[in-house]
Design a binder for this molecule. Structure first.
Ligand code: KE4
Length: 431
């Protein structure tokens, strides 16, 4: 019988060999405090920690697990692929299958490349945009996250139109100096920037619905303006749909907004929980990539056959008729239940959702910018997070993250979540 470990003892042990005890910072519970849960297994809507405690999971591995954990069809596809070896480093038919499947779902994807993470996909898309346009400047928005490539770990410069400064140690100032950071949903700022620097901009990189500063909707008029200005000035519009792709709708946010970006970044759902992401878009741009063109990009495990098998299996599931209608209805039911429960206890709380992605806010109305998210009641969120954890509900351990519902979250699971929230809100109201 192997020794049984508590979350606390595993966390203490993990910190001796892994920085912060985690392989990705947000998992360390730093913003909410307390001890991360060391997950041993998961099934459907549930995760189980090392102490055997079951939680209803709304992190979903930060988005990929849209069909629920350990979906039999995904697991079986992975098992079957693994028996044929885990990697070849050579082209395979399934890479064509998944490329064609993704192209069918997103008309903007005339061609695409598979890589191993959203970071790698966004980084590659940036290099491609710079190589295609011959320009160095890129634009991102405050509160959006596109992975940890140097050019993207940048915070806003001192003035509106000044180039950015590193937001992480180790990022050279002269790398950050090519990145401009503007406010999300701010039309006047983007118009002023293009008026002054339009000819220098290689691309505008944006999360169409932001999921890394909680859940913040991109305003449709703002998105239309970004599209117009990029077209007018010869810059590429790059939509980072790593989180929203096949999550907010089968065709991602593009399907909802009717906007056609020049390049798209994908990840999470398309890999079924395995390390797989993609970037793609206009054929004339994509054909600048090696071996056809001068922009180099490569990867030992790009298009890995086991990851592709998981992605194909999950795409088959989400393409079934009614999948997103049911997922959206479930998510909306949860949002309404949470808001009604909070109102019963007189708390300032609201929620918003699209497809299977949601945001909850201890604020009077949903935020439209990073500054508004930052104005939310962090103390209340922290107390709510732990009150829900104690009641068997696992939310994202940060007020700056979105939440995710899967097709495995059936009405009973949603009702149990709402009942847990009622108890948690009662606790907050009694403080
Ligand atoms: P990865 O390199 O983590 O696969 O993808 C980076 C990325 C790119 N673009 C968007 C819109 C993303 O949301 C992400 C990663 N999302 C975070 C969740 N906020 C991953 C969780 C983590 O960092 O541990």
């Amino acid at each position: 019988m192997s020794q049984s470990w508590s979350n606390e003892s595993l966390f203490e042990r993990a910190q001796r060999s892994i920085p912060g005890g985690v392989n990705s910072p947000v998992r360390a519970f730093r913003q909410v405090g307390g001890t991360p849960r060391f997950i041993e297994r998961a099934e459907g809507p549930y995760v189980y920690d090392c102490e055997g405690t079951r939680y209803i999971d709304y992190v979903g591995s930060w988005g990929p697990m849209i069909a629920g954990h350990a979906h039999p069809e995904v697991v079986e596809a992975v098992q079957r692929a693994a028996t044929r070896s885990l990697s070849f480093g050579a082209p395979t038919r399934d890479e064509i299958e998944i490329a064609e499947a993704l192209r069918d779902l997103m008309p903007a994807l005339q061609m695409l490349r598979l890589v191993s993470s959203g970071t790698e996909a966004a980084m590659s898309a940036l290099r491609l945009a710079r190589g295609f346009t011959g320009r160095d400047a890129i634009v991102k928005f405050e509160g959006c996250y596109h992975g940890h490539a140097d050019s993207l770990l940048v915070k806003a410069g001192s003035g509106l139109l000044t180039f950015g400064n590193p937001s992480s140690a180790g990022v050279p100032a002269d790398v950050a100096a090519h990145t401009l950071v503007l406010e999300y949903n701010h039309i006047a700022q983007i118009e002023e920037l293009f008026a002054q620097r339009g000819s220098q901009i290689a691309c505008v990189l944006v999360e169409p619905i932001a999921g890394n500063m909680n859940f913040v909707r991109g305003d449709p008029a703002w998105h239309r303006r970004l599209r117009e200005l990029c077209t007018e000035h010869g810059a590429l519009l790059v939509w980072d749909e790593v989180m929203t792709g096949m999550r907010v709708a089968l065709g991602g946010a593009q399907q909802l907004y009717g906007i056609r970006p020049d390049l798209v970044v994908l990840g999470k759902v398309i890999g079924g929980g395995m390390p797989m992401a993609a970037f793609g878009g206009r054929a004339d741009v994509m054909q600048c990539l090696s071996p056809l063109g001068a922009v180099y990009q490569a990867g030992t495990l790009s298009g890995n056959p086991v990851a592709v098998a998981a992605g194909l299996a999950q795409l088959r599931i989400v393409r079934r008729p009614g999948f997103y209608e049911e997922l959206s209805a479930a998510t909306q039911q949860l949002m309404q239940g949470l808001q009604q429960a909070a109102a019963r206890h007189g708390l300032s709380f609201c929620a918003d959702a699209e497809g299977g992605m949601f945001g909850i806010y201890f604020a009077a109305q949903p935020p439209t910018s990073f500054a508004e998210v930052s104005g939310g009641d962090l103390a209340a969120f922290r107390r709510f997070f732990h009150a829900m954890l104690a009641r068997g509900v696992y939310l994202a351990p940060s007020m700056f993250e979105a939440g995710f519902v899967s097709s495995a979250h059936d009405p009973q699971v949603l009702q149990a979540t709402i009942e847990a929230a009622d108890g948690a809100f009662a606790e907050l109201a009694s403080d």
